[in-house]
Design a protein around this ligand. Structure first.
Ligand SMILES: [Zn+2]
Length: 286
């Protein structure tokens, strides 16, 4: 596929058409199991791969400045195991998280594998979102600065002003902030608020991203911050925002939903894992 300009739209349309007609859309990009290293825990391949992807997401959030100190949380289920999820041990910086030091916990908070314990709000909120929201394999929560600053505006709704904004067309729920809650009530409330959307913008707080895979959650998080950055800059001019035509926005999102988004997200994370393996964060895979 070509990644820029008009050719991008042509290839997206071609991809969607091929999917629709049942033709192969196999990628020719170099994606392989080399990005998963050695299974140091001797756990199942599925668990190890999820651990590697999640550890990579922690390092990438750290790289991009999405996290804050030892707070915020990213969690993921091992595919097919709905009664447990991976979470990082409370107290680690995000550039200390590795595939093998992530905790596997059950829905009552018991640690099945690993040393340490999850932070209380991480457990209560994420466990309930994993349990209650359908098709949820990954739950990411950050206070990433661009979208969080917009969440502090009265009645904020992400305006459809840029191609990156269109990725979130009719895919964002909004909810009000109720303070710090250390039981399962907030997780249930957030699951109800997000419904079948993938993004929840929590006023005066941050975001929740709920998707099937770690790759998708990171991709949504990344592009939401990009869309927010453009929005903040556009708003800063004080001039009137130019909205994309609703029909165009709807069609753009419909193409992404044919499988384009999921495949792009997978390739995005694989590319970034290769990049991590070339730099100081290469130990994420340990
Ligand atoms: Zn938070």
């Amino acid at each position: 596929m070509v990644a820029n300009g008009d050719a991008e739209h042509k290839s997206l349309a071609d991809y969607a058409s091929a999917k629709h007609n049942g033709k192969s859309t196999e990628t020719k990009y170099p994606v392989s199991d080399q990005n998963y290293g050695f299974n140091a825990l001797g756990c199942s391949d599925e668990e190890w791969k999820t651990r590697v992807d999640l550890a990579a997401a922690f390092r990438l959030c750290h790289r991009y400045g999405f996290n804050e100190g030892i707070n915020n949380h990213l969690t993921a289920e091992v595919p097919g195991q709905k009664d447990r999820f991976l979470v990082f041990p409370f107290g680690l910086l995000w550039n200390e998280v590795t595939a093998s030091n992530l905790l596997l916990v059950d829905m009552d908070g018991n640690v099945i594998r690993g040393n340490g314990h999850p932070e209380a709000t991480a457990f209560w909120i994420h466990s309930r979102l994993h349990q209650l929201r359908p098709n949820t394999g990954a739950v990411f929560h950050t206070h990433q600065p661009e979208i969080s600053s917009l969440a502090c505006l009265e009645g904020f709704r992400l305006p459809m002003i840029h191609q990156n904004s269109l990725r979130f067309y009719n895919d964002i729920a909004y909810d009000t902030y109720n303070g710090l809650v250390l039981d399962d009530s907030e997780g249930k409330k957030l699951a109800e608020a997000i419904g079948d959307k993938r993004i929840l913008i929590h006023a005066s707080h941050g975001i929740m991203v709920c998707t099937e895979t770690v790759a998708e959650a990171f991709d949504y998080m990344y592009y939401l911050e990009q869309a927010a950055r453009v929005t903040v800059k556009a708003l800063s001019t004080g001039q009137k925002l130019k909205l994309v035509d609703d029909k165009v926005a709807k069609e753009f999102k419909a193409i992404l939903e044919t499988g384009v988004q999921k495949e792009y997200a997978r390739l995005h994370l694989e590319a970034l894992k290769r990049d991590l393996l070339r730099g100081p964060d290469r130990d994420f895979i340990m």
